[in-house]
Design a protein around this ligand. Structure first.
Ligand code: FES
Length: 140
């Protein structure tokens, strides 16, 4: 049984749980692979087009791995209140690839960002650049 099928089984193969299933599959693999789309459709007894439609509707889901060094920028409410919108603009101006996520579990220290698994609280462009250089120095 594939991992995607196991995740579906965890949700009793309920089509209503499609979004949670997709989140779990992406969390494990970093993105949603073509085989997973097929396995999910089979397990939930829905068409692959339905699964694909949900994946393409939500910006959160990705069908390819994110480029190395991509900044995950939290756009949850707490982080929006502490400047994540401005930080997104600043990252774009600094030509740093970023993707939006919703809540990194660091709401008290927003805006929160994550790069290569390292959480950054009260994030700003300088802190993110510093973390990226650590990442490059360590040759990851
Ligand atoms: S809302 Fe941003 S870390 Fe929770």
């Amino acid at each position: 049984m594939s991992l995607a099928a196991e995740i579906c089984e965890h949700y009793d193969n309920q089509p209503d749980a499609l979004i949670e299933i997709l989140h779990d599959v992406q969390k494990v693999g970093g993105f949603i692979q073509t085989d997973a789309l097929r396995a999910i459709a089979e397990a939930l007894n829905i068409s692959r087009a339905e699964v694909q439609g949900v994946v393409s509707f939500y910006d959160d889901f990705r069908l390819e791995p994110a480029p190395a060094g991509t900044v995950k920028l939290c756009r949850g409410e707490a982080c929006q209140a502490t400047g994540s919108d401005q930080l997104a603009t600043d990252l774009k101006a600094a030509h740093m690839p970023s993707e939006q996520v919703f809540c990194l579990g660091n709401c008290a220290l927003g805006p929160a960002a994550m790069i290569e698994g390292q959480l950054i609280g009260r994030a700003n462009v300088d802190k993110i650049k510093a973390q990226r250089s650590v990442f490059k120095t360590e040759g990851k």
